[in-house]
Design a protein around this ligand. Structure first.
Ligand code: NAI
Length: 215
């Protein structure tokens, strides 16, 4: 499987498969057919078969998918069999909310540092991590093995901060600031925009309302 390129569209759908399979494991389900999974996930069975065939056919005729095996394999593809050290830059509302969320750690994303520029926040502990000031960041990155930096700071300061991170060896940025970052090609950026998700919701709500006008 290594080296085989999987389309971006499939990769985008994998976390959802992973989540459903995780729930099935919690329910004690050991195997599932593509039809059953299709009903649960509300995608066509043929889409499921096509997507999962990318990985060398986990499904067996008449048996269905082995849930724990498929869960592990998709986890490996998503790199979830490793632990990542993550820092958060910007310890405001969003940064603190992310730092307080326990489940990231369960998935292997361990928060090892939280940084801000506001001295009022200095030393406040969030789930065992004391907020540090930004001037400590370069030294921190030299000493610690950090894989991912999360940007939850105002967009005006995001570009400069991304440059600083890259200069200090960061290769993956989880970017919540509303700015498309201009970083070298070998730096991976994943942008998260909750407002875009809300706009899709608004679009779908409007479509529905146009088709079903209120009486
Ligand atoms: P906030 O104002 O509560 O927190 C921002 C924090 O960043 C503050 O503590 C501030 O002191 C700190 N900060 C400012 N400049 C900094 C720098 N150069 N280095 C380190 N820290 C710095 O704001 P909130 O609500 O937490 O939002 C944070 C950012 O995330 C904003 O840019 C906002 O627009 C964005 N956001 C994005 C969302 C998304 O879905 N992408 C959703 C919500 C907010």
């Amino acid at each position: 499987m290594e080296g085989k390129s999987i389309s971006k569209a499939v990769i985008k759908r994998l976390p959802r498969y992973y989540r459903y399979l995780g729930e099935l494991i919690e329910e004690g389900v050991e195997r599932i057919s593509s039809n059953e999974l299709s009903e649960k996930m509300r995608v066509t069975a043929s889409q499921i078969r096509q997507d999962l065939n990318n990985f060398g056919g986990f499904g067996q005729q008449g048996y269905g998918y082995n849930v724990p095996y498929l869960y592990d394999e998709i986890g490996k593809i998503l790199g979830l069999d490793k632990t990542y050290h993550m820092i958060i830059i910007g310890a405001g509302n969003l940064g603190q909310a992310l730092a307080n969320y326990v489940k990231f750690e369960k998935r292997g994303f361990k928060i090892v540092g939280i940084f801000d520029v506001n001295p009022v926040l200095k030393g406040i502990s969030i789930r065992g991590n004391e907020i540090r000031m930004m001037d400590e960041l370069p030294e921190f990155l030299k000493e610690q093995n950090v894989d991912i930096a999360t940007l939850t700071l105002p967009k005006n300061n995001a570009a400069e901060t991304a440059d600083l991170l890259v200069k200090n060896g960061i290769r993956a940025i989880w970017n919540f600031a509303h700015l498309d970052l201009d970083v070298p090609e070998d730096v991976i950026v994943e942008n998260v925009h909750l407002s875009e998700s809300l706009m899709r919701l608004s679009y779908n709500l409007n479509c529905y309302e146009n088709e079903h006008p209120k009486k």
